[in-house]
Design a protein around this ligand. Structure first.
Ligand SMILES: CC(=O)SCCNC(=O)CCNC(=O)[C@H](O)C(C)(C)COP(=O)(O)OP(=O)(O)OC[C@H]1O[C@@H](n2cnc3c(N)ncnc32)[C@H](O)[C@@H]1OP(=O)(O)O
Ligand SMILES: CC(C)C(=O)C(=O)O
Length: 564
């Protein structure tokens, strides 16, 4: 059997009884370091060209990153050249530190410093793997041998830096594959490295703890971070960084819990590009903070530009459901979600704290339009359809008509099988409710009110062939219904009618919607007109036309007054 879980051994949790991190709350953004140009780049089918790297670097600077890992200059000529270009062309802003990675091997460290010559400030990031599997199977070394690689690397990093005091140096060490390393050994190596670098004497030092491979649930990673923070020497003099990967789909969660457990700094990439399933996604983590009212210290308001640049540089498209950035993440198709969104948005007042069901943040903040929030397909309901008509056409429907019209839209969606756009919804509404057969067009009306009610005189029909009708009732609708009964023998019972004044943006000032039975048959219609009475009377006539036919009935010819 090939699909056999017994092949795998469960990760042993950290034996810890003094766990404090679960009660912590993140209250400020960590220091961010973007590693798109190194870890992201080393995972691409086609590594970035210099032009793509420059574009990505410029974006990262624009977003507000102050620490940017720009490559592995000792590994490849393009990485070396890009580092030189940034320095020689003075393209690194004064408040930004470039970071470069190197293995703890003398020739690579030397080449790394060559690449950094003349930099105003830089982070030299040196790593070696400390995990049991790599010790035993890759390096064939015991703990002491692995510690020696780290100490020798750290010593060379320190010594070469001392020869270039014109640069402001920060040293960073990663016990690579930290998650697969025994904690006591990780602490021992870290202490040996900081013993060389002496952050307690003023040297800026970052200790980066990578989940090179995500091996357990995020709480286990948090335990590992808290354990290390509690045990290592010189903790208060150095910055603890984490660098999580997403093998189990929890890269962001692990980094968040790690910050709760004491990490000061987080490395990741925009949209989470990186080895295997990717690096920790900086956009998601920063936006998670933002959604909790915490300043992420990055400006992610131009999400469209971010996705465009990331896609152009990585040649990887953004998943439409990618948190905060995907094309569909602020869109609801399903009816009950649309209904709730519509109600919350309509109740929302300027200055209110964001509290909208189904929308964790205001899409507007990341450059998205409310137009995208509600889109209609066969899963949608009356609320969504009503929202589209209100939003795009200023048409508010009464509840009974929302229910009725949503069935019209649903039928169309089921027939066409996909999304129904706003124009189509409007066309369906026009076709179904607003159509006025020429014979039933209201040309004019006159209402005379006295103590008994209203006498209505209306002129109906084609411009050069209209007829005059007259009727009596308690109100205008009843009076015109009476006229239609009198002239055409149509008995009308109005079940519901609503009229609305329309806002700006339309030619009409009023919308009226009516549902009635004419000669026992149900019908409904709506009308737009300059005033509410015209709209109501036209809606009545249009509804009756649905039962009586587009032409005026034959009895109209009796005693007809024809206007020329
Ligand atoms: C988890 C991470 O993302 S770490 C970063 C990984 N990124 C990359 O590797 C991308 C860039 N790397 C490269 O282009 C190449 O690996 C180079 C140029 C750096 C080195 O190339 P090479 O020396 O030809 O080959 P390679 O990487 O296979 O070298 C492995 C050797 O270095 C040793 N080694 C690997 N990592 C380290 C390290 N961090 N410190 C010291 N030695 C190391 C290995 O034990 C092995 O030794 P061996 O030759 O005695 O068997
Ligand atoms: C070099 C280290 C930080 C790394 O990329 C990893 O372990 O994933």
């Amino acid at each position: 059997m090939s699909f056999d879980h017994r092949k795998y051994v469960a990760f042993k949790p950290v034996a810890k009884t003094d766990r404090r991190w679960p009660d912590k709350v993140i209250e400020k953004a960590p220091t961010w370091c973007a590693v798109d140009l190194r870890d992201g780049n080393q995972a691409l089918v086609k590594p970035m060209s210099i032009a793509q790297k420059q574009r990505m670097f410029d974006l990262l600077v624009k977003l507000g990153f102050k620490e940017i890992e720009i490559g592995f200059p000792a590994a490849s000529q393009p990485d070396f050249d890009f580092c030189r270009k940034l320095i020689e062309e003075n393209r690194v802003p004064d408040d930004v530190k470039i970071q470069v990675l190197t293995q703890a091997r003398p020739e690579l460290i030397e080449r790394t410093y060559e690449a950094l010559k003349g930099a105003k400030r830089a982070i030299v990031h040196v790593y070696n793997s400390t995990s049991t599997v790599q010790r035993e199977q890759v390096f064939g070394l015991d703990r002491a041998g692995i510690r020696e690689i780290a100490v020798n690397g750290a010593t060379l990093v320190r010594d070469i830096a001392a020869r270039h005091p014109e640069t402001e140096w920060t040293f960073q060490y990663s016990p690579e594959s930290f998650t697969g390393t025994e904690l006591d050994f990780a602490a021992e190596v870290i202490d040996s490295v900081t013993g060389v670098w002496r952050p307690d004497l003023g040297q800026p030092v970052i200790i980066n703890l990578p989940a090179t491979v995500e091996m357990a649930t995020p709480n286990v990673f948090a335990d590992q971070i808290e354990w290390i923070c509690d045990r290592i020497q010189r903790r208060e003099h150095l910055s603890i960084s984490v660098h999580t990967h997403n093998d189990r789909g929890c890269g962001v969660a692990a980094a968040e819990l790690a910050v709760m457990a004491g990490a000061d700094r987080v490395e990741g990439t925009l949209m989470g590009n990186g080895e295997r399933t990717g690096n920790m996604d900086l956009v998601t983590m920063a936006m998670n903070l933002y959604s909790q009212g915490i300043d992420p210290t990055l400006d992610l308001s131009g999400m469209a530009e971010i996705t465009e640049v990331v896609e152009a540089c990585t040649e990887i498209s953004t998943h439409p459901r990618h948190p905060y950035a995907g094309e569909l993440v602020f869109t609801a198709f399903s009816g009950s979600h649309q209904d709730a969104i519509r109600k919350c948005l309509s109740r929302r007042q300027e200055g209110d704290a964001w509290n909208v069901a189904y929308l964790p943040i205001d899409p507007f903040d990341v450059g998205r339009r409310y137009e995208e929030v509600v889109r209609i397909n066969s899963q949608s309901g009356k609320g969504g359809v009503a929202y589209v008509l209100e939003r795009d056409y200023n048409i508010s429907l009464p509840r009974w008509l929302q229910i009725e019209f949503s069935k019209v839209v649903q039928r169309e969606a089921e027939t066409n099988g996909g999304e129904i756009d706003s124009l189509t919804i409007h066309r369906l509404f026009e076709d179904r409710y607003l159509k006025v057969p020429e014979d039933w067009a209201l040309r004019s009306y006159d209402l005379h009110r006295d103590e008994n009610g209203v006498r209505a005189e209306v002129s109906v029909g084609a411009v050069n062939g209209s007829i005059a009708l007259e009727g009596y009732g308690l109100g205008a609708v009843e009076a015109v219904s009476d006229a239609l009964k009198h002239r055409f023998g149509i008995s009308i019972a109005v079940e519901a009618y609503d009229e609305f004044a329309l806002g700006e943006g339309t030619n009409a000032n009023a919308l009226a919607c009516i549902r009635l039975t004419a000669n026992g048959q149900h019908c409904s219609a709506a009308a737009l007109a300059e005033d509410t009475t015209s709209a109501t009377l036209q809606a009545l006539l249009s509804a009756v036309a649905q039962v009586a036919g587009a032409e005026l009935p034959a009895r109209s010819l009796e005693g007809q007054e024809v206007s020329a």
